[in-house]
Design a protein around this ligand. Structure first.
Ligand code: PLP
Length: 371
């Protein structure tokens, strides 16, 4: 098989999705599967749908178009405010978009009229993380403005926390969103008004046992793909954390001194190094680099240490045996490493069990131990 490659186990993704979907269902919360980390790769999107997510969300219209071209008919939500230059494409391929600017909503309305479609709108509300959203005091007037725009239909409210400043979803900010929803949807049945409370960083709050109020949807990417919540990156009980692994090939393996010699200046990425001399070491190079992956997000197998990375070389040391040239090393990835690896044209995507896709196999004994 070609290296480097991302090995993707669709059955683990189905399992993670269906486990989260059923736990959240008990709280009255539906799941939008977020597809941006894998560029909308149709097989992974279908795995999420197989796991029971009720819609797919992506921040980029290109990824939504990829999924549409592959024949996925599910409801799709653009989860980043549309670019004015893309409103026609948004109305054509996405059923719903999240929105934060009246100017954009007006353009979406024009595009929707032209396309003879109704486009759904979720208004995003700023709850303190200071990324996207209307300030809470402006929500009412924004809703009134949308009411005057033809071919737009308000589906509900949404919020996003943790991504910029790490503000955690809690009883207080979630109650604020619920209260805003109550005020915004007078006379509308609560299940007919989406209140999308956030992303994988909301899971700790949801499962802490308190009241979820009117929150009835979450947009989940990382927790489905990597089996971890997004505030402290702890594994979620009963989920696989290894649905993805990155395999790269050893191209050099030698005994070398651990301390560089010569005059030291900046490295390729502008760092000044001071290296502790620990004598000769087993040093190996695998053929992958910063262009392909975020090296800080890789975890090598036990007994192997990741020393450094440049554009195309990842440098490892091993405790015991020397690695063999041509052998393959498999790394676990975090979200940042996964994002970049999925985007690299140099990394092949290899799906395990692709022919089992029609009949998912859930292997309870393969589940990781997790808190
Ligand atoms: C990326 C994103 C998500 C999904 O976040 P995860 O932490 O991967 O679950 C949800 N909502 C918005 C607006 C996003 O940009």
């Amino acid at each position: 098989m070609s290296a480097p490659r991302l090995q993707i186990d669709l059955n683990k993704i189905i399992h993670n999705a269906s486990t989260l979907v059923s736990r959240l269902q008990k709280k009255g919360i539906s799941v939008t599967g977020v597809t941006k980390a894998f560029l909308g790769a149709p097989l992974i999107a279908r795995a999420m749908l197989r796991g029971g997510v009720t819609s797919l969300g992506d921040s980029r219209i290109e990824n939504i178009e990829t999924m549409r071209r592959s024949g996925i008919a599910a409801k799709m939500i653009l989860i980043r405010s549309p670019m004015l230059s893309q409103v026609e494409r948004v109305v054509k391929s996405a059923n719903v978009s999240v929105n934060t600017e009246i100017e954009v909503l007006a353009a979406l309305s024009v595009a929707a009229v032209k396309a003879r479609r109704t486009h759904g709108v979720i208004l995003m509300v700023e709850l303190g993380d200071l990324r996207e959203g209307f300030m809470p005091r402006d929500v009412k007037s924004a809703l009134d403005a949308i009411g005057k725009l033809p071919n737009l239909s308000v589906m509900g409210l949404g919020a996003n926390l943790a991504c910029r400043n790490g503000v955690a979803p809690d009883d207080r900010n979630m109650a604020e969103l619920s209260a805003l929803a109550t005020r915004s949807a007078e006379g509308v049945a609560s299940d007919a008004f989406t209140v999308s409370g956030g992303n994988s960083s909301n899971l700790g709050w949801v499962f802490s046992g308190g009241e979820v109020g009117r929150i009835n949807n979450l947009r989940l990417g990382e927790s489905i793909l990597l089996g971890r919540e997004a505030l402290n990156r702890q594994p979620i009980r009963g989920l696989f954390t290894d649905a993805f692994s990155l395999v790269a090939e050893v191209i050099e393996s030698k005994i070398k001194p651990s301390k560089p010699w010569g005059t030291l200046a900046q490295s390729a990425f502008g760092e000044m190094r001071s290296v502790h001399d620990r004598g000769d070491i087993n040093q190996a190079i695998v053929a992958i680099g910063r262009q392909d992956v975020d090296p800080d997000g890789l975890r090598p197998p036990d007994g192997i240490q990741l020393l450094d990375a440049s554009s195309d070389h990842l440098i490892l040391s091993t405790d015991g045996v020397k690695l063999t040239v041509g052998s393959e090393i498999s790394f676990d990835l975090n979200y940042s490493a996964l994002l970049r690896a999925m985007t690299s044209p140099h990394i092949a995507k290899s799906f395990a069990d692709i022919n089992l896709f029609a009949q998912p196999r859930i292997l309870a004994h393969m589940l990781p131990d997790a808190a």
